[in-house]
Design a protein around this ligand. Structure first.
Ligand code: FEO
Length: 396
């Protein structure tokens, strides 16, 4: 990546990972980036590092600006290895730099990289360091995305370095939001929120309110993945607020299912027709054609979800079991959940899906719908009516 200037003395020095397609199970069709920032004044600070295989590129980017040995500070906003696994090497090269993190960050760094990190300094919310004219102010942000997480705010430049929050897995040769397609950017931001942060919705609302109450002006939000927000700062803050509140949920049903011999597929299509007959949008998403990453993004954007599975070995089809495990962990709030499926000589899938949903405290729609073997014409009519009734429940 060619280094980019955010404001005078503030550089983006991270790297683009164009070809990653599986980020610990998150399918990253557009790759990602590991953003790191260099703030140069009388003293110089590096905020975050990158994933270890890219350390050479990070060193080159820093070296275009300063001699890395002259780094005064390394700020660790987050310990997850996509941002810190280059740190041990950078710390050795920048041998005079003080390393700063939260207390939880220090504990995690020691567990990840050993006792060389015993001596690092910890910071708390509200603490500041002066680099010269520029001031770095720290704001702890636990669970956004790990217990160690924090934001670093460059006071005079009004830049919030938010690490994972407001990021996207979106590799691009451009770095700013006014240089890329806004629709694609928001799609990737939603996917990132759904897959990485949805579970922490209450904490996100709390943190956004805390930042608003602090009254700190923000010109730029520079996350640790993807595109930097400078034109649409309010758009992404509003989107996070809405996603966390469930406020932007569209009047739409997503039907997530899988099928063995097309019976559950036929049910899904008939149910969707019933939903659409009530002027509610329905989107059908078959697992194995799509993946969990896309499916949970559609769940985020939908008011209700219908999950369908054939019975196999008295239980849930494996892809649907995987989806339910993933989505119950992410714990989306405020959705209505319905269930359907086909079976041969004995059921089990739908019952098990409902059990998982109830255990996760989801709002479960009853009745469920099960069809034996291949649905005939009258059974497809039942599916259509099931879709109609489900849609009416949403309208109500
Ligand atoms: Fe991008 Fe939680 O690491």
């Amino acid at each position: 990546m060619v280094k980019t200037i955010l404001k005078d003395g503030v550089y983006s020095v991270g790297v683009v990972d164009w070809n990653i397609r599986d980020f610990h199970g998150y399918i990253t069709n557009r790759g990602t980036s590991y953003n790191a920032y260099l703030v140069q004044d009388e003293k110089t600070a590096l905020i975050d590092t990158v994933k270890a295989p890219f350390v050479g590129e990070l060193v080159n980017n820093i070296s275009e600006i300063i001699n890395i040995e002259k780094l005064d500070y390394i700020i660790v906003n987050h310990v997850e290895m996509d941002h810190s696994s280059a740190l041990p090497i950078i710390a050795k090269l920048a041998k005079n730099a003080k390393i700063l993190s939260t207390q939880r960050g220090k504990e995690e760094l020691i567990k990840h990289y050993g006792h060389d990190f015993d001596k690092i300094k910890t910071v708390k919310s509200g603490e500041e360091i002066k680099l010269g004219k520029k001031t770095l102010k720290f704001l702890e942000a636990p669970m956004l995305h790990w217990p160690d997480s924090m934001f670093t705010y460059i006071v005079e430049d009004k830049i919030l370095l938010s690490n994972d929050a407001f990021g996207q897995h979106f590799a691009n040769s451009h770095q700013f939001d006014d240089e890329v397609d806004n629709h694609v950017l928001m799609e990737e931001a939603a996917k990132y929120y759904a897959n990485i942060l949805m579970l922490f919705a209450p904490l996100i609302i709390k943190k956004i309110n805390e930042v608003i109450a602090m009254g700190i002006p923000i010109d730029i939000i520079a996350p640790s993945h993807g595109i930097i927000w400078r034109k649409n700062v309010m758009q992404i803050i509003q989107a996070y607020t809405d996603w966390s509140n469930g406020a932007t949920t569209e009047d739409k049903v997503v039907i997530v299912f899988d099928t063995m011999w097309e019976s559950t597929n036929k049910m899904a299509r008939a149910i969707a027709a019933g939903i659409c007959s009530q002027c509610i949008e329905a989107k059908i998403l078959k697992l194995r054609s799509s993946n969990n990453t896309e499916a949970v993004t559609e769940v985020l954007k939908s008011k209700a979800v219908l999950a369908g599975s054939p019975t196999i070995n008295n239980g849930i089809f494996p892809t649907m079991a995987s989806f339910m495990t993933y989505i119950t962990g992410l714990n989306p709030k405020g959705k209505l959940w319905g269930f359907f499926g086909s079976y041969g000589w004995g059921g089990g899938a739908v019952e098990n899906l409902v059990e998982m949903a109830k255990k996760a405290d989801f709002d479960v729609y009853e009745p469920t719908l099960e069809i034996k073997w291949v649905p005939d014409e009258s059974e497809l009519k039942k599916c259509f009516e099931f879709g109609q009734q489900f849609a009416q429940k949403i309208k109500a």
